[in-house]
Ligand binder design. Structure first.
Ligand SMILES: [Fe+2]
Length: 417
């Protein structure tokens, strides 16, 4: 796997001052746009047309759909709304590739995305090329004033595509994990090295801290407003929970001990027959894990991955500890106190995904991006091995339902003793 492009971060740092001239601004937008779009295709490149079609569960989407949906996003919100007389590439694609934007019209059922044998992967490639050419032409001809006004929309489009780049990895890994063969996305892929230290805990004294995104650099609306929060006293684990620690939990009967679990969690464990983290397989008395590099032995020292909130919570209870709140995580991460805060596994917090005080969704259809999901989900902080470099930041709030574990998700502990 080659190094992913640093994508929208390039645009963020290149976001011009009002005095930049039109050609320079256009070129910066073209460069940032191409870098992100190329990264999507790089991630899709090892996948056959059959791989690109599979939808192994309703939460996962086919790679082909990700490639088309991210294209529709630019067609719908940039070309459709800001280029006079733009005609969509295909009259049916808005219906097929709109995800959840009620304001953008009706859409194909999410759980049936894997039924779409047509358009073919090649036709989706043609769709991407068409929209790319139109977007670049628009950047080069729109003029400075219009481009300046649209920089925030382009940034959302690029960051949106980066989120789907992460999903392309998690979704194809889930599909490959169902295959007895089992396939490798990239046989040379290895789990990233962790940076654990012998120092176990970092202390946060009681204090009032500003959390949330304070400046105008790129952020999603759910990171605002910045506000004051009371944090501590608490100790946070400097390191992520490892596979060795998780194996001890399993060996101690963790998955079978109802008293360790939330009621919904134990119901999920029972219904799903969970005995180990997601993508783990026991063969010949030995646990292995399906990775992007295929089936590999469990590395005891590596951070545990593919655990749900329910499992993370049960583990914390078994360990006599807790999960941190997202505020505790952010304060510790801002201070540089956490090992492996980014780039290996998203870390579950016990914070509900709720609006910050005074939160308002942005105007228009893109106001549906985050705000309408603010119920029944939990916040994860940091970033994962699948997150494109430059996409994460200390205020970033990821969110999933408590039973979800097909993302690269792990945990670190908190201690209030
Ligand atoms: Fe999307």
């Amino acid at each position: 796997m080659t190094k992913p492009a640093s994508a929208a971060a390039a645009l963020a740092t290149a976001t011009p001052s009002p005095s930049s001239d039109s050609a320079l601004l256009a070129q910066r937008l073209v460069d940032a746009y191409r870098a992100v779009r190329d990264e999507t295709e790089r991630r899709a490149a090892p996948l056959s047309p059959e791989d690109q079609l599979i939808q192994s569960m309703p939460d996962a989407s086919p790679a082909k759909w990700h490639r088309a949906h991210t294209t529709w996003f630019f067609e719908q919100f940039l070309l459709g709304e800001h280029v006079a007389g733009y005609t969509p590439f295909h009259p049916d694609y808005a219906y097929l590739f709109n995800s959840y934007y009620v304001s953008a019209g009706p859409r194909h059922a999410r759980h049936q995305r894997g039924h779409l044998t047509r358009p073919s992967a090649d036709e989706v490639t043609a769709y991407r090329r068409h929209v790319d050419a139109e977007v670049v032409k628009f950047f080069q001809s729109a003029g400075e004033e219009k481009l300046q006004a649209l920089v925030p929309l382009v940034e959302v489009g690029l960051n949106h595509e980066q989120q789907h780049q992460e999903l392309m990895y998690t979704d194809i890994l889930h599909a490959f994990a169902q295959n007895p063969i089992p396939p490798a996305y990239d046989p040379a892929w290895r789990f990233p090295a962790s940076n654990g230290s012998t120092e176990q805990w970092v202390t946060l004294n009681e204090g009032i801290h500003t959390v949330g995104h304070a400046d105008d650099s790129f952020h999603f609306d759910n990171e605002k407003p910045a506000h004051r929060a009371l944090v501590g006293p608490v100790k946070l684990a400097k390191n992520l929970v490892t596979n060795a620690e998780w194996l001890a939990f399993m060996k101690d009967g963790g998955y079978a001990t109802a008293t360790l679990w939330l009621m919904d969690g134990f119901a999920t464990v029972s219904n799903e027959g969970w005995q180990a983290p997601g993508h783990w397989r026991e063969t010949g008395g030995e646990w292995k894990i399906m990775t992007l590099g295929g089936l590999q032995p469990i590395d005891p020292s590596a951070p545990v991955c593919h655990v749900s909130y329910y499992e993370a919570d049960a583990f914390a209870r078994w360990a006599g500890k807790h999960l941190p709140t997202e505020m505790e995580w952010e304060v510790a991460a801002r201070a540089g106190l956490l090992n492996d805060a980014y780039g290996i596994v998203w870390q579950w917090t016990r914070s509900s995904y709720s609006p910050y005080p005074g939160y308002r969704a942005i105007e228009g259809a893109l106001g549906e991006y985050n705000g309408k999901f603010m119920v029944n989900q939990l916040v994860l902080r940091g970033s994962s091995l699948a997150t494109p470099p430059g996409h994460s930041r200390v205020t970033y709030r990821n969110f999933f339902y408590p039973h979800h574990r097909w993302q690269f998700t792990g945990l670190r502990l908190a201690d209030y003793a």
